[in-house]
Design a protein around this ligand. Structure first.
Ligand code: ZN
Length: 60
């Protein structure tokens, strides 16, 4: 089994974690329907639109 040659510094570990957490969260963009900030490739939580279609009821 491979063993790490050097201990990873706190800065290095944190930097890696920040990048990975950003990747899993996805990028934020503004909704074309209501202008709300939302996660891309997901239904807008404010108006329920996705790719120009009403997916969810905004009152839910
Ligand atoms: Zn929206």
């Amino acid at each position: 089994m491979a063993v790490p040659k050097h201990k990873a510094s706190k800065a290095r570990t944190r930097r890696r974690r920040v990048i990975n957490s950003r990747l899993t969260l996805g990028t934020f963009r503004t909704c074309p329907n209501c202008g709300n900030t939302m996660v891309s490739h997901q239904v807008c939580p404010k108006c329920g639109f996705y790719r120009g279609k009403q997916i969810l009821n905004p009152e839910d």
